[in-house]
Write a protein that binds this ligand. Structure first.
Ligand code: AMP
Ligand code: GLY
Length: 426
């Protein structure tokens, strides 16, 4: 079989490595892919992940048997719709279902209409009414741009002055472009966060192993928000009891709501949850695999990934058991110094001659230049280790992260610390 994966980050590298385990797979094309992914797939750097017509043409001319569309932008732009029109089976939601991530107004209204637990909220489409509302609000409060904003469209002002500045940034200065034409202002929730990615064919659901992201740039959750500086799986806050509540009050009701709205969700649905004192609530939905959650979750998947994805596409997931390893995984992101603000590119990377069998290096932001791998992104590599315990996985991931080098290499040193502390308390 010939496969096509749209995207070019660490998440896509993890998907590709897992797909390769299927013996029926001949060639995997990555559009655009990256320098490191080129070790595992045929990369096509000329075709960007948002160039839908070029992606469809490529799929038709390269006898693609199955396509995986991984990033949010092409999903929201209808990449899956166009591939299906061209007769190509694929994994991922259509544009109507992708609104669950692409429009916060859509997802918040969905949750309200169908009684799915989430922060209470109001929607505003002009700054004047928003500012008026904020005068009688309590702080901190959460302000979200409606549309996609590279994970940066959420601001948490601590007082009225900061809130006014946030509304101005999003709605008047258009810091996130048209994504800020509408905003959601919502209640500030507290509690540990859990990421649950789930395979679903619209009706059946197979939650993946839970995970914990580390979104802030600095140790002890300080500094700016990033795309994610590291992950661990499983997440100790996601107990069997919590999982049952989530299935009954969040997961199944969300799938039913999407069906009732005429846009059943097929693909990977990402539930960003907060375990509040009043129970689990939805912080956000994503219409795709998380990054870097995927880099810890997929290495623990025992069932063949392509088989699961085909069952989603064929709507036969109810007949498939999806199995997970008993162990744990940890991923440490190596970033370019300065990320998520300004950082330098073009740094040559050096790697150890060999890595232990339980360690995988996922490439997120690099390219091949004169036969050498050089940095081109903020998040450059994800170093994942799997092991019987989280302690062992973290030790091995950090040892491998120390062994890779490039000028300005930056990482957090406390990935998994909160998870280990939570496990000791339990
Ligand atoms: P998002 O981009 O929606 O994942 O939001 C980024 C981060 O902002 C989340 O991971 C949370 O830590 C935080 N956040 C979002 N919504 C809320 C909320 N209602 N209450 C508290 N924190 C929130
Ligand atoms: N790691 C968070 C996300 O993928 O949105």
């Amino acid at each position: 079989m010939n496969l096509l994966v749209v995207g070019g980050g660490g998440r896509e590298h993890a998907i590709i490595k897992k797909l390769k385990e299927n013996p029926g797979v001949e060639t995997i094309y990555a559009l655009p892919g990256n320098g490191g992914i080129a070790q595992d797939a045929v990369c096509v750097p000329e075709i960007g992940a948002k160039d839908i017509p070029a992606i469809v043409d490529f799929a038709k001319s390269h006898a693609i048997d199955f396509a995986v569309v991984a990033p949010d932008d092409p999903l929201a732009l209808g990449c899956v719709d166009r591939l299906h029109e061209a007769g190509i089976p694929c994994f991922g939601p259509d544009a109507k279902a992708a609104r669950i991530e692409a429009s916060k107004v859509f997802s918040k209204n969905l949750m309200k209409k169908y009684g799915i637990p989430t922060a209470s909220y109001e929607v505003f489409n002009d700054p004047k009414t928003a500012l008026e509302y904020l005068k009688s609000a309590s702080f901190p409060i959460v302000i979200k741009a409606d549309g996609l904003a590279l994970g940066k469209g959420v601001l948490i002002p601590q007082n009225l002055a900061e809130a006014e500045a946030a509304v101005k940034t999003i709605m008047e200065d258009k810091a996130f472009g048209d994504s800020g034409n509408e905003i959601v202002i919502e209640e500030f929730l507290t509690g540990p966060e859990v990421s649950v990615l789930a395979f679903t064919d619209g009706t059946a659901i197979r939650p993946m192993m839970s995970s914990m992201d580390h979104k802030r740039a600095g140790d002890n959750d300080t500094g700016l928000n990033t795309g994610g500086m590291g992950t661990v799986a499983p997440n100790p806050y996601y107990t069997a009891d919590v999982a049952k509540v989530c299935m009954d009050t969040i997961f199944l009701p969300t799938l039913a709501a999407m069906r009732a709205e005429g846009c059943p969700f097929k693909g990977c649905l990402y539930f960003g949850l907060m375990i509040t004192p009043n129970g689990p609530k939805v912080i956000e939905y994503n219409c795709r695999f998380g990054d870097p959650e995927t880099q810890v979750v997929l290495p623990l998947l025992k069932t063949d990934l392509l088989t699961v994805m085909q069952a989603v596409e064929n709507e036969t997931l109810a007949n498939l058991e999806v199995e997970w390893s008993d162990g744990a995984a940890a991923c440490v992101i190596l970033a370019s110094g300065g990320y998520p603000s300004h950082y330098e590119k073009g740094k040559v990377m050096s790697f150890p001659a060999s890595t232990p069998a339980n360690v995988t290096i996922y490439h997120a932001g690099d390219k091949l230049a004169d036969g050498k791998l050089v940095t081109i992104g903020g998040r450059v590599l994800g170093i994942t280790a799997t092991a019987p315990t989280l302690q062992a996985a973290l030790a091995d991931a950090y040892a491998a992260a120390e062994a890779v080098d490039f000028e300005g290499k930056y990482m957090r040193h406390d990935i998994g610390r909160r998870a280990l502390a939570a496990m000791e308390e339990q």
